[in-house]
Design a protein around this ligand. Sequence first.
Ligand SMILES: *[C@@H]1O[C@H](CO)[C@@H](O)[C@H](O)[C@H]1NC(C)=O
Ligand SMILES: *[C@@H]1O[C@H](CO)[C@@H](O)[C@H](O)[C@H]1NC(C)=O
Ligand SMILES: *[C@@H]1O[C@H](CO)[C@@H](O)[C@H](O)[C@H]1NC(C)=O
Ligand SMILES: *[C@@H]1O[C@H](CO)[C@@H](O)[C@H](O)[C@H]1NC(C)=O
Length: 521
Amino acid sequence: MQLALSFSTLLASIIVLLSVADNGAQAAPLAKRGKSITLPLKRIHQARGDVHPQILLQQHINRSQRRIARMKGVAPPSKRELEENLTKRMFIPAGGRPGKQQKRFNRLGMPAAAQAAVAEEDDDEEPELASLTKNKGLKAAAKKKGKGKGNANANAGNGNATGAGTGAAASATGLTLANTPTTANSLGLDIEANDVGYIATVQIGSANTDFKILMDSGSADFWVGSETCVSEAGGDCGNHQFLGPNTSSSFADTNKQFEVTYGTGHVSGDIVTDDVSIAGLALKGHTFGVANTESVDFSDNSVPFDGLMGLAQSTLSNQGVPTPVEALASAGLIDDAITSFKISRLSDNKNDGEITFGALDDTKFDSSTLVTFDNVATSGATAGFWEGAMDAVTADGQDLGLTGRSAILDTGTTLIVAPPADAAAVHAAIPGAQSDGNGGFVIPCDTTTSVALSFGGASFAINPKDLIFAAADNTGTNCVSGISSGQIVDDTTWLVGDVFLKNAYFSTDVTKNTISLAQLV
Ligand SMILES: *[C@@H]1O[C@H](CO)[C@@H](O)[C@H](O)[C@H]1NC(C)=O
Ligand SMILES: *[C@@H]1O[C@H](CO)[C@@H](O)[C@H](O)[C@H]1NC(C)=O
Ligand SMILES: *[C@@H]1O[C@H](CO)[C@@H](O)[C@H](O)[C@H]1NC(C)=O
Ligand SMILES: *[C@@H]1O[C@H](CO)[C@@H](O)[C@H](O)[C@H]1NC(C)=O
């Protein structure tokens, strides 16, 4: 089932990025795609290109901030502010060379209301933040199509951002295949690039065709590209697997539409039904989406997946349908609507990532350390995400005094984004750490400081190698931190992605509305 279909041709340059961001993307003429699909052989995380580490960092901060803004249904930072900060970063003295490429980062399904802010944000004219904080009345803005992919080149790996030789995310591209899982109802989680995303293979349609799917605990829509998919950049949706009536006799179109905008990227298309098989669990006539239009973030040949599976709760679903895990539970194929993640770290070379449906795989964690706590995202804009009360943040065991915090746990985001005062407090406890004045922090590449987050009364330490996001320059001593600051929402909510989640077994239960974490074995 782990068919190697990986695509890692990396294209866009930062120049292209900036010009796309400036001009806005225009809806391209719809070129019909041919029927035949070729699948190039896989290349494994080939490093390429050169990205100035500060640009890379700003890109990731950009996306994190947009993502967190969308989660809360509030306005993202203005384009001008982001651009100003980017300009500042480019003048930070550092040995790296200005870069050409970046790695696609995170994405988020969001409530329809929040899409208005995004559409507006992507416009050329700078939005007034104040007017965007109220989403009502902005529906018109959301209807503007063919606009913006601020980070249109969101594919591509970077260059030498990992000069420090760490397990830093974003230093490579492509897909590293997971081992075949040995536990029932489980799929291997392939590692995208250096721990940038986690991808499983599911079968869809009458021919049980393999599709590579990005598994995202921070959104709630499931979609793959349609046979007639066109890229917003023009042309077809690239070297991917597609679904439609020509390839699947069980395919049926409901003729209803859906649309999802993520932290990076955008898709729209039809709500359809077809047979979906997940780890051998066969959902007959499941309802999900096919994308007729994809932004280049998804359509580019370099994107190593064919679709995305949102595994937050269906209350967040733009399609308004049960998520696959909810459907599996309703169909009685699994006992509970539980999704469990063991995401692996590329630098460990274990390739033991795994997603398990209906249960926890107790071979992956130390059962004596398992804690289960309530999902606190029960109302308001975050309802349906997986958000836990965060009891404490420590650095080398020292309690930083941050109380009343909560954290959205999101496999689809790479970094940790903390409110600015909290990010400053954490870095004040890391010897040698410095703010770069733009929301990022530089830490020693050889830092041994153990930052830990507590949930459910248990503390989970972040491996220091995960704190090192990228080299800050070519000295090999200065690295950019995997914890950045973002003050979009409020001063207590953190967005906690793979930098943390690589260090714990993570499980969610829709029915009980609980989250579990445990120490990995
Ligand atoms: C599907 O099949 C029909 C009939 O053979 C053909 O006209 C059409 O172009 C095909 N569509 C795609 C997307 O391949
Ligand atoms: C951050 O976002 C702004 C606004 O969309 C964009 O102009 C800028 O290029 C982005 N920065 C990077 C490094 O991608
Ligand atoms: C990338 O890093 C390696 C090892 O540090 C170095 O040998 C190489 O010259 C660097 N490449 C570029 C383009 O800077
Ligand atoms: C831009 O930089 C300023 C400090 O110079 C900071 O306060 C602000 O939060 C940054 N904005 C973004 C979106 O990174």
